[in-house]
Design a protein around this ligand. Structure first.
Ligand code: COA
Length: 329
């Protein structure tokens, strides 16, 4: 019988370099007021490389799960800003962490982590791996023109990771929705060696609609209502998009994970960064239903409903389920 899988660890990594709106105000024709009002972003982190950030986030997720690198049988890295065109950045991360098994990259831009999550669950179900390290990492600042106020204020760098472990008694993944409208692929592009070009208003309009539609489809497939969701983890592009989507879904903001104010839009990293922050804050408990929705360049989207399995309450006795037996080979 194919195994289900549950998330047993999480971690994140951000560059040390904090760039505030005041820093941007000093060198661009923009204001803190414009950026906060239009996007909700107050600061972001810029620097590092995808492989370094992904390695750090991955290391923290493995520690949290109590899983050793040698026990990992598959690494899936979601990124649209790989260190090199070839080879996949997952190869460097696999080596840096000393993992076992295979590794591959996924590029679905800002929905990449949720696509990678679905691929990881699929790999467990297929019997390809019992422990998967799943990372979303991007240095989007490498794609933006630092002098272009339309994009430089929005995008930034970071990484988030989770460990997925086979669990024969728990499906873990309840439902998914994947989609892409390739007819709109030219709304957000970056040519090789070029910088990012975006039709912001149209992307905004689609983002809200697509997030709501995709989240609703995933909920319907899981035979759940928005009120059943303990935590909604949307792509962190813009606080206005998040608030509009949550409002239309009928999910109150106290059940929404938000980090965009301090991270900016980190593309593939945004959903796992928001998930890890919520878990670190003890906002999730065993049995909680988590809805994740990504959208972005493509225009691609992806939603997943998962059942959370571990206690995140800080303090003695907390920790991943099965941590005591996690060192078994
Ligand atoms: N500071 C000040 N003014 C800025 C600016 C900045 N950083 N960036 C753009 N502007 C100007 C524009 O030049 C334009 O000026 P104009 O009207 O004279 O031409 C004006 O602000 C645009 O304002 P408006 O259209 O009201 O902005 P908006 O409310 O649509 O917000 C975005 C702009 C980009 C923040 C918004 O459209 C957005 O978030 N879109 C989605 C982007 C996104 O999430 N992309 C990633 C998807 S994964």
């Amino acid at each position: 019988m194919p195994a289900g899988a549950v998330i047993t660890g999480w971690g994140s990594a951000l560059p040390d370099n904090v760039v505030t709106n005041a820093d941007l105000e000093a060198r661009l024709d923009t204001t803190d007021e414009w950026i906060v009002t239009r996007s909700g972003i107050r600061e972001r982190r810029i620097g590092g490389s995808v492989s370094a950030l992904a390695t750090e986030a991955g290391r923290r997720a493995l520690e949290r799960a109590g899983v050793s690198p040698a026990q990992v049988e598959l690494l899936v890295l979601a990124t649209c800003t790989p260190d090199l065109a070839v080879p996949a950045t997952s190869a460097a991360v696999h080596h840096a962490l000393g993992l076992s098994g295979g590794a591959f990259d996924v590029n679905a831009a800002c929905s990449g982590f949720v696509y990678a999550l679905v691929a990881a669950y699929g790999a467990v179900s297929a019997g390809a791996a019992r422990r998967v390290l799943l990372i979303g990492a991007d240095c989007v600042s490498l794609l933006t023109d630092p002098d272009d106020r339309a994009t430089a204020v929005l995008f930034a760098d970071g990484a988030g990771a989770v460990v997925l472990e086979a669990d024969d008694d728990d499906d873990g993944l309840l439902a998914v929705d994947l989609g892409v409208d390739g007819s709109a692929h030219d709304l957000l592009t970056c040519a090789h060696g070029g910088t990012m070009v975006m039709e912001g208003k149209e992307v905004f309009r689609r983002a809200v609609r697509v997030t709501v539609e995709s989240a609703t489809k995933a909920l319907d497939r899981a035979e759940l209502a928005p009120g059943d969701i303990a935590l909604f983890v949307p792509h962190q592009a813009n606080l206005r998009i998040i608030e509009a989507a949550a409002n239309r879904l009928g999910i109150p903001m106290d059940r929404v994970a938000v980090v965009v104010d301090r991270t900016g839009n980190t593309s593939s990293a945004s959903v796992p960064l928001a998930l890890a922050a919520a878990a670190d804050a003890g906002r999730l408990g065993p049995g909680d239903l988590v809805l994740m929705t990504g959208f972005g360049a493509g225009m691609a989207w992806a939603s997943a409903v998962v059942r959370w399995a571990v206690d995140t309450t800080p303090g003695p006795g907390s920790g991943p389920r099965g941590a005591s037996g996690a060192s078994e080979p």
